[in-house]
Design a protein around this ligand. Sequence first.
Ligand code: LLP
Length: 410
Amino acid sequence: MTGTGAAVRRLTDWDAARLRALADEFETPLYVLDLDRVRENAARLLAAFPDADVSYAVKANATRAVLETVRDAGLGAECASAGEVRRALDAGVPGRRVRYTAVNPPARDLDDVVEASRGHDLVLTVDSADTLDRVAERGYDGRLCVRVNPGVGAGHHEKVVTGDAPQFGVPYDRSAALCADARRRGFDLVGLHAHAGSGISGEGLEAHRELVRRTSALAEEVGDLDFAAVGGGFGVPYRPEEPPLDLDAVARATREAFGDPGARLAVEPGRYVVADAGVLLTRVTAVTETPETTVAGCDAGMTTLLRPALYDAYHHIRSLAPDAAARESVRCLVAGPICETADVLARDRPLPAPARGDPLAVGNAGAYAYEMASQYNSRPRPAVVSATGDPLVRRETLSDLTRLEARVEQ
Ligand code: LLP
């Protein structure tokens, strides 16, 4: 199968009338996921990495429909928690295609994953000597992987660069010894794992290549491994003028840097699979003219889409007002309904003059978007629907906000 679909889907490629209809039918804020686009992205990855193990990093978007789609496309699942392992298995990802790669795993996580491993031949990754001991204490006898800190990192923001941050993995120069120790203790060591960071493009790709070289060299030194995973991190363009990543070139460079260490190359992209398959729909609830700017108050904010508040991330915004093209462009502060100055989707953003009731579409909202939504300010999480109008996750109600609470009335 060749890599189908264009290298990137821009916000302008979405059909405005269709998005307006979805906003009307399902109300806002609303996440729309195009599962065909997920399929296309998965196919492009498989075509670019024909002989590698390609697993989807579930943390980007753990919605069941996405997991079923990537499973059908032939991707495995890279899981950051017992919860993600549960979701992947529930969605029918075969156990042998599931890898658990948690950071400082909580005790309950290890209990649950070791339990799950009894019925499913998954891979459990340890990120420290302590975690290896903790796994041994639980009698784990399944496939084991060691997470290595490669000492090189990259990413779209300092908060997502993991490769050289001390909390991720066994220091590179101690990894071979830990692997030998694991084998001495009878573990079925099958792989190594390293990850540079997220949203890698441009100059960051050199760090990715260096990580691949280091991981491959270590795999060769350790020997007799099934795979060496070099993480995810493939960037996608968020700004309209940004060019797409040349995935085939990145794949070629990865292959070349990997060489032949006697283990299979494994990659685990998340963002690349889902980012441009998602749009967030929101509605303008109030427009306020101030001396500094025009404030477009919306029903989506940092509890719906955290990335602008947390990373100053840029998400393209498009007015879906039917007469948007005829309106003059004004610079807007697109703000949400949360009582925090950080509650902004965009600052100083030129938009067709906003009016109350306008639907807006926020682009690249398929990855780390719904997944990072919260109930802060007691705002129920939004619904998720497919581009064809199938409900995928129902909208939370006010009753959902309190359903876990105990009553402590005297
Ligand atoms: N593998 C591991 C071990 C990871 O930690 C991650 C992401 C991935 C794979 C997938 O990386 P991707 O291909 O999606 O770049 N919330 C942030 C992103 C954090 C990513 C953390 N790890 C954001 O919204 O930009």
